[in-house]
Structure formats: C-alpha cells, structure tokens
Design a binder for this molecule. Structure first.
Ligand code: NAD
Length: 315
C-alpha cells in the first residue's frame, strides 16, 4: 500500500494556454506593425465530426489572436495527387506561413507522403522529417504542439526537468517520441516505455516525472507511481460505461452530471487515484489538451518569423 505524502498541485493547462495566447497576440501585433500578418491554412478532408470540432476551434483561435486563417474542405473522395496539388499551392503562397493537414485522412490518401510534401518552413505541426531532425539535433525549428505544450507547462510551473528521471509511456511520432526528445534536450534522464516494455510498473516507479501518452483510460494506477512525482497526463479517452465512470470517479457529482448530460466523460491515461499520490499533475480535461492549440498559434508565428529571418527572441 502506497501512502499519500503531499497535497498534489494541480497544473492548470487552461491558465497556461491563456498566458501563451496573450503573448502570441502581442507578437502578432508587432509583426502586423511591420506589415506581416501571420497566416495559417488548415486542410480538413471529409466529415469527421471530431476533426471538424478541432479545426473550428483552431480557426476561431486564429481570429482571436489576429492570425489570418483559411480553411480548405475538400471532399472525402479527394485523391493523394489532388491533395499534393493543394499543398503545393499553399506552399507557394506568400500570405500562408503554416499549413496544417488535419489527421486522420481517409485511408486511400497517402498521409506520410502528404506530411512530407509540406515544406519544413510551413510545417506548423512539426511532423516533417526535417523538423524531427532539427528537434533531435537541438536546432531551431517547428516542434510538435502537444509535447511542446508539456514543456511549457513544466517551465511555467517552475518544475525541475534537468537531472530528473523522466519516464514517457508511449512512443508515437506525435506525442511520446518528441516528448522524450524534448525532455532529453532539457537534460532529463529519459526512459521511453511502450506496449512491449517488461515490468512497466518497475520502470514508472522510478520516475520523478511521468508522462502518460497511451490512449487507455486510467491505465496508470497508484502502484505505478513514485509518491511526489510530477504526472503529465496526455490521454484523452471517452468513457461511456456508467460503472467505469463510477470506478474512476466514485461519488463525484460533477462527473456524474457530465455523464448524465452527454452520455460520456473524458478520462486521461492516469487513474484519478494515482494523481492523489503525485506532487503535481495535469488534470483531464484542463491540462495538456488545453495547450495544443496555443502551441499551434505560437508555431504559426514562429514560422512567419523564421521564414523572414526575424529573430525568435526568448521571453
Ligand atoms: P498512439 O496510439 O499513437 O500511441 C500509443 C502508445 O502507447 C504506443 O506507442 C504504444 O506502444 C503505447 N502503449 C499502448 N499500450 C501500452 C501498454 N499496455 N503499455 C505501455 N505502453 C502502451 O497514441 P498517441 O497519438 O500518442 O496518443 C496517446 C493519447 O494522447 C491518446 O489518448 C490521445 O487521445 C491523446 N492525445 C492528446 C493530445 C492533446 O492533448 N492535444 C494530442 C495527441 C494525443
């Protein structure tokens, strides 16, 4: 049985995202004063409802921060060749600094080829192999938004990274791998775990800093956590079973009300009982998820500056 040692600190992703967006808005104003309006193009293929919600939110945030945005909505039937032509057009446009292809794409479209067709200078998602390489070698470039958001949460919450034992569960190209690389660049001692890791709990119990990016609700249980650790929960999982909701949030009236209203609640990859042991943690919702769009906005401004040779002064 593991004893609780401290009252955990809740890392408020919404507040941190608000700070970043305010800073981006100031940056945008400074660029506009020089005659440059940063521009983001978002390509949304077909009618995936979740993607539509994300894209709408991205376009709305652009408007709030003074970033020009354009949404392209080709039909589900678009071919890889037609998509490549669309990307080439956007790539050639002077008023577009960032190109975002909302994933997932229909199965018949070659996603990898498309992501590589966006020029690295306009790759605001940070998925192009050139940007992956720049991140690895510590050069300025465009880094994936969700892991960049994790680093901002840690930095702005004054949580130590250098010298910490950081364990990342998950090795996806979008979250796990880049998060591990960013933590390494910030001088943490990093271990990456995945579905084939032996005795996962033994590894995670050594973590001062635990990042969970798995995609399984409540996967990280109290036995897997070192008391006092910082836990970053990247997971966004929709739970639709009433018994499961009660298991995760026993007697929690707010979650029960959400479930009654929507028929589901969002649960992270970390079991709420595990948060209770931590020193600090990001809640779900309201943690890492809140940062992703803020970081996309920041990347769009960074792209606008890098492309024109404007320095990226540090705050
Ligand atoms: P993914 O499916 O691409 O990768 C999941 C990783 O988890 C894999 O590397 C796999 O090896 C690992 N894994 C699976 N089962 C495991 C097990 N039993 N033990 C150890 N490792 C295991 O997922 P992803 O795209 O990296 O996303 C992970 C989670 O983060 C999802 O819940 C997703 O919704 C969420 N997410 C959130 C944001 C955001 O906050 N904006 C962005 C992206 C993803």
């Amino acid at each position: 049985m593991v004893e609780m040692t401290t009252t955990p600190r809740i890392l408020d992703g919404i507040a941190i995202a608000g700070q970043i967006k305010a800073e981006v808005a100031v940056d945008v104003q400074a660029l506009v004063a020089r005659g440059i309006t940063p521009g983001l193009a978002v390509i949304l293929v077909g009618d995936v409802p979740a993607s539509q919600i994300y894209v709408r939110s991205k376009v709305k945030t652009c408007g709030e921060l003074g970033i020009f945005s354009e949404m392209l909505t080709p039909p589900e039937s678009i071919t890889t060749a037609e998509m490549l032509a669309l990307v080439a057009d956007l790539d050639a446009r002077e008023d577009i600094d960032g190109i975002l292809i909302q994933l997932p794409l229909p199965k018949h479209v070659d996603t990898k080829r498309l992501l590589e067709a966006v020029s690295p200078e306009k790759d605001v998602d940070g998925f192009h192999p050139v940007n992956v390489g720049r991140l690895q070698s510590g050069q300025p470039g465009l880094a994936p938004c969700t892991p960049a958001g994790i680093m901002e949460i840690l930095r702005r919450s004054d949580l130590p990274v250098a010298g910490q034992n950081a364990v990342v569960i998950g090795r996806s190209d979008i979250v796990g791998k880049p998060a591990a690389m960013m933590l390494l660049n910030a001088s943490a001692t990093v271990t990456i775990c995945h579905s084939k890791t032996n005795d996962l709990g033994k590894v995670t119990r050594e973590a001062d800093l635990l990042v969970a990016a798995i995609g399984r609700p409540g996967f990280v249980t109290p036995e897997m956590v070192k008391p006092g650790a910082t836990i970053i929960d990247v997971g966004i999982n929709r739970v639709t079973d009433a018994a499961e909701v009660e298991e995760f949030f026993p007697g929690n009236a707010e979650r029960a009300a959400t479930f009654a209203k929507r028929g589901s609640v969002v649960v992270g990859d970390v079991h709420p009982a595990a948060f209770a042991l931590s020193g600090a943690y990001t809640p779900v919702p309201g943690g890492v998820g809140a940062l992703t769009i803020a970081m996309l906005m920041q990347n769009t401004v960074t792209a606008a500056k890098l492309r024109r040779g404007i320095s990226l002064e540090k705050k």
